[in-house]
Design a protein around this ligand. Structure first.
Ligand code: AMP
Length: 459
């Protein structure tokens, strides 16, 4: 199939050629004709599948076909809502590349920066607006943005909107839109709340879905290092110094504080690194991201929310410095590498207390991560047997870990649980050596990830 078959105007086809897109991706082949027909869409696709072009190209085509307004301020005719500023910027950049040879005007608005330049853009009039919900509502409430002429509404990464608590804002925005409109909803996963939202805002939608969230990028090699928490930063430094094939690396930290600590350690070791998370100013995040994309920074340390939806072409490595709390997050993280047919590598650092999540990851991706045994920071705790990959298996039983229980380990466990000291009998049976959810961590650091979806507590 080729982009010519969609009947796009020459300006749009030129943009596609300039972007060096060969053939439409599966989501584009399925969604573009339906969007052009005017149908509502419920799209299940994640970032990296080409979903932005799947909605942006036909939207621009429809706006173009309606013709240039003769006079007066141009009304907003297409609205795209995204959960994060980074994603808004990325989608905005895609719109401006695709519309480069047309008369169409687009603007991107998001919070955390002065609203003045955004007001000015809106005053001039834009055909397509890309926005995060909070800032858009502010501008609408100040009567600086008028949504009464929106013909096409896109809700991008709806599941992340849900995680971030944006659904009430989204409903408020939808109340300002005309009832007669085309709505496109994209979400990597369709949890119950999103299905309910879709029922209320979509009319007879066409369901398009590609690469279910449980299918990781095929081109990714998955490696696993058993390493204890205190040694992780040294192992990361060691790998970055020893392995030149690590051209650029996105390192996932569970907390903002952890991300800063890793970034400082690497920078002190002479490795060019930056951290992005919710405590950083918008400006600092954009600077770090752009330096990383340009290649002047080799390592970007990020929390899950800050990295959500980042589109980094040719990212060679993803590091799970902290293991994800749930297997879906593993898929989202590794989805940043191995894109567009390129190969990529995912390296997971698994501490003793993080081992319980391994089995669910391996079952979800239907393969075993390749364990790298020979490294200078290998954990003394032995690995359990391989995970049975049978999908229908009920509650997995914990792996029978083998560990030498030494006095230090037991006393640190006692200090954390603050319970009575273990009985002599339990010490002898090694009961305390079984991993527990909080073992190894002290006071919890500030989280940057939603609380929902944590690994189930072990009974
Ligand atoms: P997205 O899933 O929208 O974040 O897109 C991921 C990446 O794929 C972006 O860098 C796009 O520019 C790129 N892309 C989108 N469509 C195509 C295509 N048909 N051929 C090649 N690359 C594409």
């Amino acid at each position: 199939m080729s982009f010519h078959e969609f009947g796009f105007s020459p300006e749009i086809l030129k943009a596609v050629t300039d972007m060096k897109y060969g053939a439409p991706t599966p989501i584009q082949a399925k969604a573009i004709p339906r969007v052009l027909e005017g149908r509502d869409i419920l799209g299940s696709a994640q970032t990296g599948t080409g979903k932005t072009a799947a909605f942006a190209l036909p939207i621009l085509q429809k706006l173009l076909a309606a013709g240039k307004p003769k006079r007066g301020r141009r009304p907003i005719r297409a609205l795209v809502l995204t959960p994060t500023r980074e994603l808004a910027l990325q989608v905005g950049q895609s719109f401006s590349s695709y519309a480069a040879s047309t008369w169409l005007r687009q603007a991107t608005i998001y919070g955390g920066v002065s609203q003045r330049p955004q007001e000015q853009m809106l005053r001039k009039g834009v055909d397509a607006l890309i926005a995060t919900p909070g800032r858009l509502l502010d501008l609408v409430n100040q009567q600086l943005a008028n949504l009464s002429a929106v013909e096409i509404f896109v809700l991008d990464e709806a599941d992340r909107m849900l995680d971030m608590g944006f659904i009430p804002d989204i409903r408020r925005i939808i109340e300002k839109l005309p009832g007669q409109r085309q709505t496109l909803l994209f979400s990597a996963t369709i949890p119950y709340d999103i299905a309910r939202l879709a029922d209320t805002i979509l009319r007879d939608p066409v369901r398009v879905s590609v690469a279910p969230p449980s299918a990781p990028a095929e081109a990714v090699d998955h490696f696993l290092y058993y390493v204890e928490k205190t040694e992780k930063v040294s192992l990361l430094k060691h790998l970055l110094q020893a392995d030149e094939s690590i051209k650029n690396a996105l390192v996932f930290s569970r907390t903002r504080h952890g991300a800063d600590r890793v970034e400082r350690f690497l920078s002190r070791a002479g490795i060019r690194a930056e951290a992005i998370h919710g405590d950083k100013s918008q400006c600092a995040r954009e600077r770090a991201l752009s330096a990383f994309k340009k290649g002047t920074v080799r390592v970007l340390v990020a929390t899950d929310i800050a990295a959500r939806g980042l589109d980094i072409v040719e990212l060679s490595h993803v590091f799970n410095y902290d293991m994800p709390n749930d297997p879906d997050t593993y898929i989202h993280r590794i989805g940043r590498t191995g894109r567009a047919g390129l190969s990529g590598t995912a390296i997971s650092f698994c501490g003793f207390e993080e081992r319980p999540i391994l089995a669910s990851i391996e079952r979800l991706i239907q393969k075993h991560l390749t364990v790298v045994k020979e490294h200078p920071f290998a954990s003394p705790a032995k690995a359990g047997p391989p995970t049975p990959l049978d999908r229908d298996r009920k509650e997995p039983r914990p792996r029978p870990y083998m560990i030498t229980v030494d006095a230090n380990f037991l006393s640190s466990m006692r200090a954390q649980t603050a319970g009575p000291p273990p009985s002599k009998a339990s010490r002898q049976t090694g009961e305390q050596s079984r991993p527990t959810a909080g073992a190894g961590s002290r006071k919890p650091a500030r989280r940057d990830t939603p609380r929902k979806g944590r690994a189930p507590r072990r009974k």
